[in-house]
Design a protein around this ligand. Structure first.
Ligand code: PMP
Length: 298
């Protein structure tokens, strides 16, 4: 997601920070914020498609659930935070883009104690986004299996979208070291959990399979929408544990996520998937997702 931001844009961009819209250069957070000191916080990434904030309610709900899981009290209500996201998108005049919504534990001391932090710190960034080039969607993406194991569910619940993404970052580094953009992460039992920033879905004999959240996946909002769209097309979708072997021998393989949307995988660990191109069900769902998100044909 590397982009050059012009100086004018940098100055003009408005960030919502703790109740106020401020210029980007004034959107500053103290070094005593526990989000920075300990990765203590939660976040969401949300798309804006054709002027509409996509699945905002679901993202807000997941954020508050992530916060609850780590005993973080968000100092404003869900409707106030929804308003803050809408206000930020409007203030930046973005009709197609991406929102990053972050809640940290707030300002504390150098000790771990989170309850010393009196107020959570909340900020909202609305920006443009281009995760992968269009060509990658047409040709499909290569991935590897990460050796880094997904966080054990009794350590950090993978269902909570916490600010501590080192588990995912270590898998991403493995991918980049192997000249591919993404890596599949397996859980402590060897079952597929998810990719470093996306959910995993495969097709075998016309049926779609995806790992359950209990396998160590974030319950993806894009994944849920894509499953709904697949069922509307009378496709069968089954949540079940998947092994590395299942990925090696599937007919189609794709990832879903807010940033990546729906992207076909054509190779994993040197094994070519199907005929080496994104498969027909992947392409169908990618198109359906576009229509659903934008409210129009591509
Ligand atoms: N898994 C992880 C680890 C993620 O960070 C994300 C979001 N980028 C997803 C899955 C996909 O979730 P969603 O479709 O809600 O963006």
């Amino acid at each position: 997601m590397t982009r050059a931001i012009s100086k004018e844009k940098f100055m003009a961009q408005k960030i919502w920070l703790d109740g106020k819209l401020v210029d980007q250069q004034d959107a500053k957070i103290t070094v005593f914020d526990h989000g920075l000191l300990y990765g203590d916080g939660v976040f969401e990434g949300i798309r804006i498609y054709s002027g509409r904030i996509f699945e905002l309610e679901a993202h807000i709900k997941r954020l508050y659930e992530s916060a609850k899981a780590i005993r973080l009290t968000i100092s404003i209500s869900q409707s106030e935070l929804t308003g803050a996201v809408e206000e930020t998108v409007k203030a930046n005049g973005i009709s197609d883009g991406y929102v990053r919504l972050v809640v940290t534990r707030g300002v504390g001391t150098l000790g771990l104690n989170p309850f010393i932090c009196k107020n959570s710190c909340i900020f909202v960034i609305a920006d443009s986004i281009q995760l992968y080039p269009e060509e990658l969607y047409e040709k499909g993406m290569r991935v590897i299996s990460a050796t880094t194991v997904r966080n054990h569910p009794l350590a950090i619940p993978p269902q909570a979208k916490s600010l501590n993404y080192l588990n995912n970052i270590l898998a991403k580094i493995e991918a980049l070291d192997n000249d591919v953009p993404e890596a599949v992460i397996y859980n402590h039992e060897g079952y597929v959990a998810e990719a470093s920033g996306d959910n995993v879905l495969i097709v075998k004999d016309g049926v779609i399979y995806t790992p359950p959240a209990e396998a160590g996946a974030l319950p993806g909002i894009t994944q849920r929408v894509v499953i709904k769209l697949a069922r509307e097309e009378s496709l069968q979708v089954i949540e079940k544990n998947l092994t590395r072997f299942d990925l090696y021998v599937c007919d189609e393989f794709f990832l879903t996520g807010t940033a990546a949307e729906v992207i076909g995988i054509v190779e994993i660990d040197g094994r070519v998937i199907g005929d080496g191109k994104p498969g027909p069900i992947t392409s169908l769902l990618r198109n359906k997702f576009f229509q659903y998100a934008h409210g129009k044909e591509k």
